[in-house]
Design a protein around this ligand. Structure first.
Ligand code: ZN
Length: 149
């Protein structure tokens, strides 16, 4: 396989986080949820911080949320990212579990470049939905589209 040099930094799933990426590869955004008390948690980890249970399940979400915050990274950046600046990194508050916020990129389509959305169009509170992008030699990552582009 050929390395995708447009995004050299990519997630390296560990044992706890692997299901997140396995579901993403199937087009599902799921959140680890305590099987004892029902509390969702992110990032995935072995033990519930609320009730200390080690039992968990993966709850399917709608994949919808809203932009809670965002940044436009500025230099110094790694060369592959500097070539794409200005691009965005958004923090998405999930609709069903607003205490969980996921870091990602707002893009024009699942496989579009990181700079495919004009930063002037990004608004805190804007509704977004998850899309799934299989990296050429890595896991499937979750990205975000504006609900009303
Ligand atoms: Zn619990």
């Amino acid at each position: 396989m050929t390395a995708d040099m447009t995004e050299p930094l990519r997630p390296v799933p560990d044992e706890d986080g692997a299901p997140f990426f396995e579901y993403a590869a199937r087009g599902e955004l799921r959140v680890q949820t305590c099987a004892g008390c029902g509390e969702p948690r992110f990032p995935p980890r072995p033990c519930c911080p609320h009730c200390q249970s080690f039992d968990s399940r993966w709850t399917k979400t709608s994949g919808r949320g809203r932009i809670w915050s965002y940044v436009l990274p500025h230099p110094p950046l790694l060369p592959a990212y500097a070539a794409q600046a200005p691009y965005n990194v958004i923090l998405v508050e999930l609709a069903e579990t607003p205490r969980i916020r996921l870091v990602g990129n707002l893009v024009a389509s699942a496989g579009a470049a990181l700079n495919s959305v004009d930063p002037a169009r990004i608004r805190i509170g804007a509704p977004v939905r998850a899309v799934f992008h299989p990296l050429p030699d890595g896991p499937t990552v979750v990205r975000w589209l504006l609900e009303r582009p």
